[in-house]
Design a protein around this ligand. Structure first.
Ligand code: AMP
Length: 280
């Protein structure tokens, strides 16, 4: 696996592969890799000849400075893990490479509507930061396909719209959420949970799963959302949202929508967890 931090070196490697007629897959990450990330790499390899992974903790998408500085950075471990996968190139740009003029006055990418609800409502500026860095990374790597996790479902749907709206010739693939044995969605932020809260954290998945069952049994969306919120609050979570949405555009779902998704965000102490499940 080649490791590069310069855009010129990345372009050199990728254009060589492209000239040989190879298909390029791409997995953007913020590092601190776990089995969920690695599943995206393997999926990319199944649909492409060469796989590029990026690790960049993007300051533009953090709406809280403390969250950015506490974000775990484990580059050497990440490199070791990636060496055991199908990744061919790891791109690790620095902040100075990504934002040479600083973050303040650069061009930003804004995807409307889908970014204004749920995470967008609770994390102002977050999706603009994600859309901007994803656009930059797509232009730097120029992949044929990119793989994203359903763990960040709203982000996935935003990226689908971004490539559609801006005519980017990139196929977007998604992979289901990788979970710990107790159901907790794998996340780099889980390492920040103290032991007791780590044990409680799996309740988020369990409540979403039970809520799904209730919806499938015909309970009303409003009653299920209220039940889920109360159950989580009683278990010690501070719930930001728990909501049943249409799976494609994330507008509020009705009982008749054929494809629905339950999405939630909740705090356990000072760690913010998100999770989501398909209902139908
Ligand atoms: P991150 O490093 O958190 O920015 O995530 C990079 C990519 O990995 C995104 O597409 C995430 O949705 C995906 N991802 C994160 N956690 C998981 C997980 N538990 N299972 C599957 N994909 C994940």
């Amino acid at each position: 696996m080649i490791v590069v931090d310069a855009i010129s070196k990345l372009r050199e490697a990728v254009s060589g592969w492209r000239q040989s007629g190879l298909r390029i897959g791409f997995v953007p990450t913020m590092g601190n890799l776990h089995a969920g990330h690695l599943s995206l790499v393997e999926a990319a390899k199944q649909h492409a000849d060469r796989v590029v992974v990026s690790i960049f903790v993007n300051p533009l998408q953090f709406n809280q400075a403390a969250d950015f500085s506490a974000y775990p950075k484990t580059l050497q471990q990440d490199i070791e893990q990636l060496k055991a996968t199908a990744a061919d190139l790891l791109f690790t740009p620095t902040e100075a490479i990504m934002y040479p003029e600083g973050q303040g006055a650069i061009t930003r990418v804004q995807v409307p509507e889908i970014t204004e609800m749920l995470e967008g409502e609770h994390r102002p500026g977050h999706f603009e930061g994600v859309a901007t860095v994803v656009t930059k990374l797509f232009n730097q790597v120029q992949p044929d396909l990119a793989v994203f996790g359903e763990k960040d479902y709203q982000q996935l749907q935003m990226v689908r719209q971004l490539v559609r709206d801006l005519d980017m010739p990139i196929d977007i693939l998604s992979m289901p959420t990788f979970r710990e044995p107790d159901g907790l969605a794998m996340s780099s932020r889980n390492t920040r949970l103290p032991e007791e809260q780590r044990l409680q954290a799996a309740q988020l998945y369990k409540v979403l799963d039970e809520a799904r069952e209730k919806l499938l049994q015909g309970d009303s969306i409003a009653s299920v959302e209220a039940w889920a919120r109360n159950t989580l609050e009683n278990a010690g979570f501070q719930v930001e949202y728990i909501s049943c949405r249409r799976a494609d555009d994330l507008l509020i779902a009705t009982e008749n929508d054929p494809q629905r998704r339950l999405l939630a965000a909740a705090w356990l102490g000072d760690v913010r967890l998100i999770d989501n499940l398909p209902v139908d």
